[in-house]
Design a protein around this ligand. Structure first.
Ligand code: OGA
Ligand code: MN
Length: 294
């Protein structure tokens, strides 16, 4: 572990809003310090209020990231996408534009359409924590939108409609999916058959209701694709309008934590794809949900 000139305590935690719709910066936390229950509780409160929280200027090792993330729940070992794990760290996904073993990185194009993590699995992610190791000089930003606000700002009638729907998630709708290695595409499809989840999620801790529809939804269960399409498009457009978005401009040493029950995100291609962009993600598992459709 790196030597530290000014040991800090996690006692005084503050959150400063970063956006009107969502996003808050947590001040006064050093990920290298052990996490006590009060700190976890304070961070959770801020997280429920802001949906996406940002810790800046960290100097975290893979072990620090894992220790911090474990403070917020059980971590996923990413068995649903086994090809993207960091060597020796199954609980860290490596999201990188850097070639691996002389081949293009399989994660170079992760997150290119609006989504909530692991929605195409029977145990969608509760939360994700993405740590920036290296970023291009310009761009490589990530945008987040508030799905609780998206739900609240629908008409009563439309809320009534979506309350009764199930979204069918299909991993093949991940943008750029078929640009990946064909054997890995086949295997990840086999591991993740289309699955239906309620189109409105009730947050198990805060009770907040949030829209659970994304650009990876093929149709609503019991409806045809043609019937579903205009509604999926409307809901995605409604949710991702600029006034409902926080755009994160990364710096190395940033940890961005998002609640997958109340937000969606998208990784932008606003950078030179030959430049290194290197991130590590820990994933807090959520509650089992949904049913596989045939
Ligand atoms: C993710 C993801 C966003 C990014 O890690 O789940 O979508 O900006 N990544 O890399
Ligand atoms: Mn993602």
């Amino acid at each position: 572990m790196a030597a530290r000139e000014h040991p800090r305590r996690n006692a005084a935690i503050e959150a400063r809003p970063l956006g009107y719709a969502l996003g808050g910066e947590i001040l006064g936390v050093d990920m290298r310090d052990p996490l006590d229950a009060d700190t976890v509780a304070a961070i959770r409160r801020a997280w429920h209020a802001h949906h996406v929280i940002v810790l800046r200027d960290q100097n975290a090792s893979p072990d620090d990231i894992l220790r911090f993330a474990r403070g917020f729940g059980d971590l996923d070992d990413h068995a649903q996408t086994p090809f993207y794990r960091k060597d020796g760290y199954p609980e860290l996904l490596e999201i990188t534009t850097k070639p691996k073993d002389g081949k293009p990185s399989e994660t170079r194009n992760v997150g290119r359409n609006w989504h909530s993590d692991y929605a195409y699995t029977p145990r969608p992610a509760a939360a994700s924590m993405l740590y920036c190791v290296e970023k291009p000089p310009i761009g490589g930003d990530t945008m987040f939108c508030n799905m609780a606000r998206a739900y609240e700002t629908l008409s009563d009638t439309m809320r009534g409609i979506v309350d009764g729907l199930h979204s069918v998630y299909d991993i093949s709708l991940v943008a750029g999916f078929y640009e990946r290695d064909p054997a890995e595409v086949a295997e990840t499809k086999r591991l993740n058959p289309p699955i239906a989840h309620p189109a409105v999620k009730v947050h198990p801790e805060s009770g907040t209701r949030a829209l659970y529809v994304s650009e990876r939804v093929a149709y609503f269960h019991g409806m045809t694709a043609a019937e579903s399409r205009p509604l999926i498009d409307f809901l995605c457009e409604h949710a991702t309008g600029p006034e409902n978005v926080y755009r994160h401009v990364w710096r190395p040493g940033d940890l961005v934590c998002w609640d997958n029950r109340t937000t969606m995100h998208v990784a932008l291609t606003d950078f030179d794809q030959n430049q290194p962009r290197h991130m590590l993600r820990a994933t807090v598992v959520g509650e089992p949900s949904g049913f596989v459709v045939d």
